[in-house]
Design a protein around this ligand. Structure first.
Ligand code: MN
Length: 460
């Protein structure tokens, strides 16, 4: 964030933003100012943005600060984007039964700075995303809100979270816990986007009821308050398409400036506490986002709105890896290049990347490309890579994401026959000795979550 000529105008991600009252205290207990809030949102942007990409954002605003435990500040929910908002913030109109709302979608750090400017401390998002045309898609995340009732706290939520992890794991879902910063724990799992919100909400209710019958002394699945003393409410209803949940890495309007923080399962023990803004910034200097995989498993990974390299960037520190880490969102392109890189990471694989719409859409192939038409190989989709990655060779240091040696196995151009939803068909012309050995036609078929099959086809 750079100051420009006018004293109260700043430049963020190439956008100009007017800042007023940067010294205004929003969290009196810690003296945290509006400028501190904006600085937090700028620093956490690489982690936060992948989780809100393509999602409409409802804001919870405390324009005069959160106050104290004794005299809380006034707060209100804001859905419509006010006319005063900068024109460069993406707007999406969502039609409800009897009215329509125009919501913002936060694509870059500048939008987060604007949120700080208007004291929108909490950012709430649904579990579904819009495509680039603004059309709502099926949910790509599942969430359970574990809300501790009177007489319980985080330890009880941890016990319930662990049981839920097992139950959902048996159903093939990988979970990530988030300490909400308010009271309890949010438990997320990625979905493949094949079901609508009503279906997922009904499924979530069954999961909550199953937990209640497994842990009758600890869990309630009903909202009726009289039943809640000494128990954790497993609130399944936030999967409803019209509901939102506080976004991972959003601040909370709590007396201390706490944050909703994705945690590792190793942290899920009796010492678990909520974390504040400063603790989160310190923690993210030395670890990756425990929830990064959920941002990868988006329902429409090749059609995500906004900055398609946000996930790529969140996994890498340009100061620690020789890989290209561009600052800017990719420009659209219609090139048809490909690269296949041999990658000696913790397990050897070949990275298969096709240029598409300004990025390299990427898959990891544990066994490389199939050489015959008789045997398909597994292809695991990974985050989109920048076009500049196409010429990358080098050694990623141990301990960094994908640590190990990368060499180009083959590269060239491809002719596209089909790129639609679950199927891609392309004929690749390789240029490197020991690589594809000329023209080879492949089909990539999406099977489940991030899993695809790659099939060699006959060239007719
Ligand atoms: Mn790789």
């Amino acid at each position: 964030m750079a100051r420009s000529s006018a004293p109260d105008t700043v430049s963020v991600s190439g956008h100009r933003l007017r800042l007023t009252h940067p010294d205004k205290v929003l969290y009196p207990s810690t003296g945290t100012t509006k400028a501190d809030v904006i600085a937090y949102y700028q620093q956490i942007a690489p982690y936060l943005l992948p989780h809100v990409a393509g999602r409409i954002v409802t804001r919870k605003r405390w324009v005069d600060g959160v106050g104290t435990a004794r005299t809380p500040g006034d707060v209100f929910f804001e859905k419509n984007l006010p006319d005063s908002a900068p024109s460069w913030i993406r707007r999406v109109e969502i039609k409800h039964r009897d009215h329509a709302n125009t919501y913002p979608v936060f694509d870059d750090a500048a939008a987060l700075a604007w949120a700080g400017q208007v004291a929108a401390l909490e950012l709430h998002v649904p579990q579904w995303r819009v495509d680039r045309h603004g059309t709502p898609q099926h949910p790509d995340r599942f969430v359970l809100d574990l809300d501790p009732g009177p007489g319980t706290g985080l330890p009880e939520c941890v016990a319930v979270a662990k049981r839920a992890k097992k139950l959902l794991g048996d159903l093939g879902l990988t979970t990530c816990p988030v300490t909400s910063g308010s009271k309890g724990i949010h438990l997320y799992a990625p979905l493949d986007g094949s079901h609508d919100s009503d279906y997922i909400n009904a499924f979530a209710k069954q999961v909550a009821q199953a937990l209640e019958s497994e842990l009758p002394d600890l869990v309630v699945s009903s909202m009726r308050k009289s039943e809640r003393h000494g128990k954790v409410l497993v609130d399944w209803s936030q999967n409803n398409g019209s509901k939102t949940t506080v976004a991972p890495y959003s601040l909370r309007g709590t007396v201390e400036p706490r944050v909703a923080v994705p945690r590792t399962w190793r942290e899920m023990n009796d010492d678990l506490t909520h974390l504040t803004l400063d603790e989160v910034l310190a923690r993210m200097k030395r670890r990756k986002d425990p929830m990064a995989d959920l941002a990868d498993h988006a329902a429409e990974p090749a059609d995500g709105a906004g900055d398609r390299l946000a996930t790529y960037r969140s996994k890498r520190d340009g100061a620690k890896t020789p890989e290209p880490v561009p600052d800017d969102a990719p420009e659209p392109s219609d090139g048809r290049s490909f690269v296949i890189q041999e990658h000696h990471a913790s397990s050897l694989h070949w990275d298969f990347r096709l240029e598409h719409d300004g990025v390299l859409v990427s898959w990891a192939l544990p066994k490389g490309v199939p050489t015959t038409t008789a045997k398909n190989h597994l292809a695991v989709q990974t985050e989109d890579h920048p076009l500049s990655y196409g010429s990358f060779e080098g050694t990623i240091p141990k301990g960094e994401y994908g640590g190990g040696r990368v060499t180009i196995w083959d590269h060239g151009t491809y002719e596209l026959e089909k790129w639609k939803g679950r199927e891609i068909i392309a004929t690749l012309t390789g240029t490197k000795k020991g690589g594809l050995g000329g023209r080879r036609k492949y089909a990539l078929i999406h099977t489940n979550k991030n899993q695809w099959l790659i099939h060699r086809m006959k060239i007719t």
